[in-house]
Every structure is written in C-alpha cells, then in structure tokens.
Design a protein around this ligand. Structure first.
Ligand code: GLA
Length: 703
C-alpha cells in the first residue's frame, strides 16, 4: 500500500518505490508535524512523534519542530506556509484537525481554523513508480466576511540536517540556466521572481544535496508548478534543520477570499533520491512527459522548425518567406514559422503589438498565400504572437488606452517600447481570445509561439477594488493560461510554444499549457551547451527548442563550425534559424544531411533518459548521452578548445544507462564497431578530438 495510516494519532506514511514521506497530526501541539523523508520504510506503526520540549521561553516548540504546513500564529517566528487576517482584525491561525481521506493514491487532510470557518485542505499524491510526491492546498472561506490571505505557500519540506548544498540556476536575458551550487549556512536563502513571469533570473525549484554527484548521493528536490511571481525560501534553522517553503511570492501579494470562495495554490512536486542528480533529472523528465505536458501532443515527436527571426528580423515579405520556405522544404524542414513582424504596423519593435492581423504591405493577399505555399511544400505553418502586450503606436492602444496596467498619477513605463495589457479585465481577455481565435480559425496554423518580452511594471488595475490590487500578479498568470486554455480547446491540434524573451517563462506551470519552450535567445552553440545543461537538470528535453543559426553569432559574435552548432542543437528539439537565402549549395547539402540524421535519432533525444557525463563547467570536454529503453543511445561529445598539444586529444569516456549483458553496435562518422554494454560502461570508449570547437556524435544500437 502506498499510503498507510497509524490511526490513533494519525501518522501518515506515503511510499514511493524507493522513498517514504511521513508526517502526522500531533494533537498535543495542534500541529501537522513532519517526521521523515528518506529511504523507503515499510510500516507506519514504527513511527512516532519524538518528544519535544521548549528550551527556553525564546525557543518555542513550534519553531523547533518541523511542520508539514505551518500557519502563522501562536509562537511561530519561522517561515509560515499560510498567513491571513480575519474581518475582526485577528492575524493568527490555529489549526484544528477534522479528518483525512485516502483515495486513488491521494491523501487528503482536512483542517480548519479552531474558531473561524476557514478551511484548509491539504492534498498529497504519490506517483509510486517515479517516487514523485505532488502536494497542493485548497482554502475555503465559510465565514460571512472576507478573509485577507497574505501568504499561501504550496508546501514545506524538511531535512533534519545542516551543511547541505543548494543547486539553482541564475541568469538573465540570453544567459539563462547557469547552474551553480552553494553551501547553505544558518539563515534564509531566497530565490524568487517579482517580474510577473518566472523570469530569466532563477527557477522555481529547490535542490538540496550532500556530497552528491551525478550518479551517487542523496538529493532532495522539489518544483513549483507556477508561472509567475514565485518564492523559494530555504531556511537553515538554529536547531539544525534545513527547511524549504515554496509557493506564490508573498511580496506585493494579498488575496481577498470572499465568503463562499475557494482558492487553490499551485502544485508542488517533490522527490528524494540516493542516486544523484541524474536520477532526479530523469525522473522529472519522465514525470513531465507522462503527467505534465499537454496531452494532445505529449506523445508526439516535436517537428523540426525553420524560423527566420535571427536572419531577417522585422524585414520580412511574403515573397522572401516563400523563397525561404522552398529551400526549407528541400532540406527537410517540417514546420515553417513566421516570427515577429507579420502584423499591424510592425516594422520595428516600436509599433504594432495588439493589432493581430496581417500587415497589408508585407502580406497583400493575407497570410493564406504563404500558408498555402508552405502546406503545398509539405510543411506545417506556425506564427509568432505576443498577446499580453500593446505598443503605444497601435490601433488597439489608440482605441483602448485604459487597457494597460498603471497607477493613477503615474506615467506607465515602456520597455522595448511596449506596455503590458491589463489581463485582469474580462474585456481584454475576451479581445485576445477572439483575435487569436480568428487568426487560428481563418488560417491553417499548426504552431503558435507565445512570447512575453517585458516584465510587468506599475502593477495597478483600475478595474479591481483597492483591496484586490495586490492579487494582480496572480490574476495575470491565471489569465494567460485561461486564454491559452480557450485557444487549445478550440484548436486542439495546434502546438504551443512558450517564450518570454527566450527562457523567461520556463517552469512546470507553463509546461502544463505549452508543448515546448524557446529556451534562450542566445543561439551561440558554446553558450548553449551551458544553458541546455542547466535546463536539463529539471525540465524535459522534449520541450527544449534549440536552433542552428548563422555565424558570427548575432549576439556573441562568436564563430563556431556548422557541425558544432548542429550537434549542440540536436541535443534538444532541433530548429533552424539560418538565412537559407545566403547558403551555398554545399552548405545546404550539409544541413540536409544533418536534418536527416536528426530524424533518425530524435525519438531517443526527445524521449530517452539523459546522462550528463562530462561538463564544460568542470572538464575540458562536454559529453551528454541519451538512452532509450537500454536499446538505443546517442552520444554527443564537444571539445571547446585545444589545450597543449600532447595526449589530451584522446579522451576515455564511460557510457551510462546501457544493459551490461547486451552487445551494441557503435556507429560514428567514420567508424563502426561492436562492444558489450559492460565494456562501454566500465572500461569506456576512446574519443579523439583535437582543435577548437570540435564535436562528434555516436549512435549506439543494441544488436
Ligand atoms: C523575443 C523572442 C525571440 C523573437 C523576438 C521577436 O526576443 O525571444 O525569439 O521572437 O522576441 O521580437
């Protein structure tokens, strides 16, 4: 049984295949005490609450204990999960345990405030085979007055240890997903976003470890399925406990829960592993593929797209796009995407956003002329939109200058010459749904790239009561997915790509609505090795779009060989952003070959396990291996730059994830040989690379 209860207390034991999570209601302290999160234990009856005694009047038992979900109330001074103000001014919650229920691997714990009719229901669901615990919380106001929620985190997790390492990513536009690990010392460490999207800066997850490597050691991890202002707070207490709370950011947040209203906080997914970071990533990858990605497309392999954004920017025309489409079809592209610049008066980034109809000069016969051509060439057609925005120079803004976020007596600040639409207004949502619906209805569009290129500022919404203003951040996120949801319902076959100036909206909340992400505007292949490595730690490869673009790279001015660029992009969902009109016949032939090669391996890349065998962060070479069902594998190796001239150009690399007893055929560019799985994993293979920006790819196939 995956969920057991020791009824007297009650203590709950939630078991995955390899780990256990234990907590219970301690009537003495009126608290939901956390007991255990570690290797699997079979019998709930072996667990009990350890006695707790206050050390002094300054160290309350509630601060010393680990609470699975702590209210702010009584003598608690730690990070609480929930904080509220009742109508009479009381700012204190006291939990009362009502009952529990177990159904379909979901444990539901019903709590209420001891005095007020304020109900707090906690859910725990275990996916046994992946050892992933989902947690979420629902609150309900059955009072006759409003309750103001000031803080509502989704979950708290605890490890009764100190000296742990935290792994996160830091980043910025075109420099996302840069991994770093730091030792945690007593005090509070916060990762958050205040920008309205997840942002490029940090990711809504935590990873705690002690002496762990890619393949060994204990790792505790959890992600928040929320695509807006989030907060991850890691607290190392005075009492030698490391705790994490994660949820909607409480900065500039309040939510008025009206009588009779319910509110459900975003889900948190967590896991524990004794097999290092690789096991964590592969379990989350599988979890995303099976349970999170939109069902309509999760089972389908992602198509190879062409997008001319980097090559042409706003300077597009129907004739030029048709010329590009013809070449794209010849080299094996499956999806032809028109990016920014096709609509309204959009000739630069200073106009047009909000006017979601084709630009008459660029597309005199509407989009259908191009789409028909693209379809006749055997490709799907895709298009770019940025629905949350409006340009001051647009018909939409001239018609509805009051449709933006702003404060009275303040000038709204533009960024990239654009303002953010107030999506908390029903009529704005309705306008966007109808404009985009029309676009999808009237045109054979198979792919929509949804962009968001600036954070929210001056977060005021005149349509909301004063007391509701600080719920705006949350409402905006909900509105985005409400619109996406409506479009998906009407157009179930359309693939949605999430983008926010590259990777500013990469998270498990967005992953429920977008089939794939535009990972970064940085398409420099060397930088991408780092960005993709950081991404792969928590997010599924099937959603990681990667393009091959022109050199010198438009942002970094770096020149890398075509092979290197391809091999890097082939490690994700391959796309092409090269200006095909400038390619020589020879280059087009090479590109065609590479696209063909990707088609042979993409099922392994997009659906297999991933092993980060060697990283440029720590070594001269970068090696990533993908393995599907222990039968098929693809192995990518990169050398950044030659160092010295002697031996190092021969590298011995041990493979991962194969069946030791099976014989495999290894095929490289100029080689083909057979080896047993145990040899490949224990002895390893020798790869030869010399020079700058070298790379190679090997295919490994069970006989
Ligand atoms: C953002 C995206 C790019 C491109 C441009 C268009 O920067 O990340 O991929 O779509 O907008 O303006």
């Amino acid at each position: 049984m995956s969920i057991q209860v020791h009824k007297k207390t009650p203590i709950f034991l939630i078991n995955g295949e390899k780990s256990s999570y234990v907590f219970g209601w301690d009537a003495k302290f009126q608290a939901l005490r956390h007991i255990y999160w570690d290797k699997r234990v079979s019998n709930v009856k072996d667990f009990e609450f350890l006695p707790l005694k206050e050390l002094s009047a300054n160290e309350s038992e509630w601060d010393i204990m680990m609470e699975d979900y702590a209210p702010w109330g009584g003598r608690r001074y730690k990070t609480p999960c929930i904080k509220a103000t009742f109508a009479d001014g009381t700012r204190d919650i006291v939990f009362e345990f009502l009952k529990y229920e177990i159904r379909d691997n979901i444990l539901t714990v019903y709590l209420k405030d001891r005095h007020y009719n304020f109900f707090i229901t906690l859910y725990y669901q275990i996916i046994e085979k992946l050892d992933i615990l989902s947690r979420w919380v629902e609150i309900e106001n059955k009072e006759s007055n409003d309750i103001i929620i000031e803080n509502l985190y989704s979950a708290a997790f605890h490890v009764p240890e100190i000296g742990m390492d935290s792994t996160q990513v830091k980043g910025y536009w075109a420099g996302e997903q840069q991994l770093f690990t730091e030792r945690l010392f007593p005090g509070r460490k916060i990762f958050e976003s205040r920008k309205g999207t997840t942002s490029h800066n940090h990711s809504p997850y935590f990873i705690l470890s002690k002496n762990a490597t890619e393949y060994e050691g204990e790792v505790y991890f959890g992600v928040l399925a929320y695509s807006g202002n989030f907060k991850v707070s890691i607290d190392v207490s005075q009492y030698d406990i490391t705790s994490v709370t994660l949820g909607i950011n409480d900065f500039d947040f309040t939510y008025r829960l009206k009588p009779g209203e319910k509110f459900t906080a975003p889900k948190a997914y967590a896991g524990y592993s004794t097999e290092g970071f690789s096991d964590m990533s592969n379990r989350m990858n599988q979890f995303a593929l099976e349970y999170i990605l939109p069902k309509e497309n999760s089972g389908k392999l992602r198509k190879i797209l062409y997008n001319s954004w980097e090559a042409t920017e706003f300077n597009i025309s129907v004739d030029q796009q048709i010329k590009l489409a013809k070449i794209a079809a010849e080299i094996g592209i499956e999806l032809f995407v028109v990016d920014d610049g096709w609509f309204g008066g959009r000739n630069s980034d200073s106009a047009g956003l909000g006017d979601w109809y084709p630009n008459k000069e660029k597309f005199p016969n509407s989009l259908s002329e191009l789409i028909k051509k693209v379809n006749d060439l055997g490709m799907d057609f895709g298009i770019w939109v940025e629905p949350e925005m409006v340009s001051p120079d647009s018909n939409l803004y001239r018609l509805h200058p009051d449709w933006i976020y702003n404060f009275p007596n303040r000038d709204p600040t533009t960024a990239r010459n654009q303002l953010v639409l107030n999506l908390t207004r029903d009529e704005v949502q309705e306008y966007l749904i109808s404009a985009l619906d029309k676009l999808l209805e009237e045109n054979n569009i198979a792919f929509l790239k949804w962009d968001m290129n600036r954070p929210i500022s001056e977060p005021g919404a005149l349509n909301l009561d004063r007391i509701d203003q600080k719920s705006l951040w949350y409402r905006h996120t909900q509105a985005v997915f409400n619109i996406v949801g409506a479009l998906r319902r009407n157009h179930p076959n359309v693939v949605f790509e999430g983008c926010s100036s590259g990777g500013g909206r990469v998270d498990y909340g967005a992953l429920e609505h977008f089939d794939q992400f535009w990972t970064s505007d940085n398409t420099d292949a060397l930088d991408r090795l780092y960005i993709q490595e950081g991404y792969s730690v928590m997010y599924p490869i099937k959603a990681m779009c990667a393009w091959v673009t022109d050199v010198p790279n438009c942002h970094t001015k770096k020149t890398t060989p075509l092979d290197f660029r391809f091999h890097c992009a082939m490690m994700g969902v391959l796309g092409l952003g090269i200006n095909l009109l400038k390619c020589s016949e020879e280059e087009l032939e090479m590109i065609k070959e590479k696209i063909k090669e990707y088609k042979e391996i993409r099922h392994v890349v997009q659906e297999g396990k991933l092993y980060r065998i060697s990283s440029l962060r720590k070594s001269e070479i970068h090696v990533v291996q993908y393995v599907l069902d222990e039968r098929e594998s693809v192995f990518f190796a990169f050398l950044k730059g030659q160092k010295y001239i002697s031996l190092p150009y021969q590298y011995t690399v041990k493979m991962k994830g194969l069946d030791p007893a099976v014989e495999y055929t290894i095929t490289g560019k100029d080689s083909k040989y057979k080896k047993n799985g145990d040899y490949l994993m224990n002895v390893g293979i020798n790869i030869y690379m010399i020079g700058d920006y070298q790379s190679q790819i090997l295919k490994i196939q069970a006989k």
